[in-house]
Write a protein that binds this ligand. Structure first.
Ligand SMILES: [Zn+2]
Length: 199
């Protein structure tokens, strides 16, 4: 018989499944929530429910959105001739913050990583090629992270795009190597966007 009520153990187990949260942090969060006012804990559970019920993946760019197609894909003022390829939805947020880019996006949902067993099939690469093959795309800007996996992914995609006669560019150097796009400050990211280079 355990001294911990079942519900408490369940919450600890669920929190443990989140990235970056070990058993110790999970216990700390659980006991914080146990002591917190009921409204705070219920507000968290409601937020969790809504994030699953009220979001969808855009079937064009695969960004997380409130509607399908998303607000960017369906905006008439965006330039459909440009596609910016990023690893994660948060990278879209980072690039939108610069207010410099007015094309569309394509979210890969990861990067090629042999170490983690992530191959090209696990990413939305085929879907990207189909978008380009459908025509109307002038430029594909590869904005994957400036680390080993991001570079390998950009090279891989650039090779596949080569026969499709589309301009392929890569964010300029200047982003901290090994870093994540989502943590880059807007000025650094703006410079990298403006100085993008042909691949
Ligand atoms: Zn979209």
């Amino acid at each position: 018989m355990s001294a911990t009520p079942k519900a408490v153990g369940r919450l600890i187990d669920e929190l443990c499944r989140l990235p970056g949260i070990g058993p110790k942090t999970a216990s700390r969060l659980t006991f914080f929530l146990l002591r917190a006012p009921a409204e705070q804990a219920l507000s968290l559970s409601e937020a969790l429910r809504q994030v699953k019920e009220r979001t969808v993946l855009c079937s064009i760019c695969f960004n997380i959105a409130e509607s399908n197609p998303c607000s960017i894909c369906s905006a008439p003022e965006r330039d459909g001739g440009q596609i910016c390829v990023v690893e994660e939805p948060l990278d879209v947020v980072a690039i939108e913050r610069t207010h410099l880019y007015h094309g569309l996006y394509h979210v890969l949902h990861g990067a090629i990583s042999p170490v983690e067993g992530i191959g090209p099939e696990e990413l939305k690469i085929r879907e990207l090629l189909n978008r380009v093959k459908n025509g109307g795309v002038r430029e594909v800007l590869l904005a994957t992270n400036p680390n080993l996996e991001g570079e390998a992914t950009a090279m891989y995609i650039a090779r596949l795009l080569q026969p499709l006669k589309v301009r392929v560019t890569r964010l300029a150097r200047g982003l901290p190597v090994g870093g994540d796009l989502e943590y880059a400050d807007a000025i650094t990211l703006s410079r990298a966007l403006q100085g993008r280079q042909e691949m």
